[in-house]
Design a protein around this ligand. Structure first.
Ligand code: HEM
Length: 447
């Protein structure tokens, strides 16, 4: 029997829980002074923390969200819920091995082999996820813009993980080093494909569905949306492709192609931000809920990161500015968007799992009764303030100020985590009544 409760992807909430734990672990590593800026950008602790953030926090968060979101936009079920669980297990186990491997590089050659072993497990998890999400996505043609952006993003995810695995093999398997070591020059392309091509394109695609849905704005994005997708995907492909080719061929044409790619990405980001303002302005719902008010901070950081990247590129200091840009993208844009949207998605899924099947059988709380919006604002404000202060310190040449700023970010993360926990436990819901209609973030799922 199809009930409201089994329209929820079974592994989405566990993925979120795992992602949040990884986020806190990464923050702890930074606070402990084991990463940049206290250590170098290529220090083992920095690489471990970066991958706890991008794989442990953001990748699991995104895949967990996509396991729920893709069936909604395609009206088709995932290939399998069991595969979704396998994906989570492979990625988390792979990540744990990767972190151990990073910390062992240069000290224990045998233990460092955990790095490519873990990378292989992550690749396996990613392949399973691509199959699981690809079945509904390819089965639902013609696909709307959000679905096409997710597909483009998944292609970049594969490139990112394949490059990462090649680096890992180059570092830890000496017989392969003569063939693969040259790829280490492409670490910037690995980062751009992952943070840009995969996360940013996918987050843009998902936001093109979620923002209009929760604010009752037109979902059809017209030429603007198509431009964001084509310029974004084309720009990332050109920049990453030309960057990779330059590892082998020092042709001027490739440098021009790479710069054209960067320019296309910058234009795509500008159009996207303008379009987001349009969504807020054309909404039919007068009240903007807390998660979408706070999301403005994340959009602001996307604009700031893009502006700084343009500034650094124009002054030929992109390499020197990369750690700051990565910090802003990971904590401000992607992390900020993730934390704000979780504030809506967790109560939604909780409502469906716990109360959806009781509809019409007496008093049940409404989705909005599961949260106390005014309690979330100070945490969101503290989070974005911490990111801003950290970035300002680095820009002003006082990189040491990043750690105290990150203490604010961590405190805010813990505060939000408590609010998510309360939503999930129904802490605020006691005594509330009346749920009239099921929320729209649902779809048919099967096990
Ligand atoms: C979503 C997936 C991923 C993203 C977004 C990502 C992102 C990044 C970033 C931003 C850096 C630069 C860090 C720094 O310089 O401090 C980096 C470096 C690196 N990544 Fe990944 N990564 C991903 C997956 C992987 C995987 C699966 C592996 C496989 C083991 C891997 C292996 C590496 C290695 C070995 C380096 C260091 C390269 C060097 O210093 O020359 N990455 N990654």
């Amino acid at each position: 029997m199809v009930t409201l409760a089994n329209r929820v992807s079974r592994w989405t909430l566990p993925a979120f829980a795992l992602a949040l734990v990884n986020f806190l672990l990464a923050e702890a590593l930074i606070l402990a002074g084991l990463t940049w800026p206290a250590r170098s950008v290529s220090a083992p602790g920095t690489l471990a923390a970066v991958h706890l953030l991008v794989i442990g926090w953001l990748l699991l968060l995104m895949l967990g969200a996509l396991f729920q979101f893709v069936p909604v936009i395609t009206a088709r079920a995932l290939a399998s819920q069991r595969l979704a669980l396998l994906t989570l297990l492979a990625i988390e186990a792979g990540l744990a091995a990767m972190v151990g491997g990073f910390l062992a590089i240069g000290r224990h050659p045998a233990l460092a082999l955990a790095l490519p072993a873990g990378g292989t497990a992550v690749l396996l998890g990613v392949l399973l996820a691509i199959f699981n999400l690809g079945v509904p996505l390819f089965g639902a043609r013609p696909l709307a813009l959000p679905g096409r952006m997710v597909l483009s993003g998944l292609a970049f995810l594969l490139v990112t993980v394949a490059l990462g695995l090649s680096f890992a093999l180059a570092f830890t398997v000496p017989p392969l080093a003569p063939y693969l070591a040259v790829l280490l020059y492409a670490v910037g392309d690995h980062a751009l494909a992952g943070l840009g091509g995969w996360f940013t394109l996918t987050a843009m695609g998902v936001s093109y569905k979620l923002l209009p849905m929760f604010m009752l704005a037109p979902e059809e994005r017209g030429v603007a949306g198509e431009c964001v997708h084509v310029l974004g995907a084309g720009g990332f492909a050109l920049a990453v492709g030309a960057g990779l080719a330059r590892v082998w061929v020092a042709a001027e044409a490739l440098r021009v192609a790479q710069d054209s790619g960067y320019m296309a990405i910058a234009i795509a980001v500008m159009i996207y931000l303008w379009d987001i303002v349009r969504i807020y302005r054309t909404r039919k719902r007068a009240l903007i809920e807390a998660h979408n008010r706070a999301a403005a901070g994340a959009f602001g950081f996307l604009g700031l990161a893009a502006a700084l990247a343009i500034g650094f590129a124009a002054t030929h200091r992109l390499g020197a500015g990369a750690p700051l840009i990565i910090f802003l993208v990971v904590f401000g844009w992607l992390g900020g968007l993730g934390l704000t949207q979780l504030y809506k998605i967790i109560p939604f899924l909780t409502w469906l799992t716990r109360y959806g099947s009781n509809l019409g059988r007496g008093a049940v709380p409404r989705v909005q009764d599961l949260v106390r919006e005014r309690r979330s604002y100070p945490w969101f404000a503290l989070y974005f303030l911490g990111v801003l202060l950290g970035a300002a310190c680095v820009l002003a040449g006082h990189a040491g100020g990043l750690r105290p700023s990150l203490a604010l970010v961590t405190l805010a993360t813990v505060g939000l985590l408590i609010e998510y926990w309360r939503a999930w436990r129904g802490h605020y819901a006691h005594g509330r009544r009346d749920a009239s209609a099921p929320p729209s973030f649902v779809s048919n799922q099967r096990g």
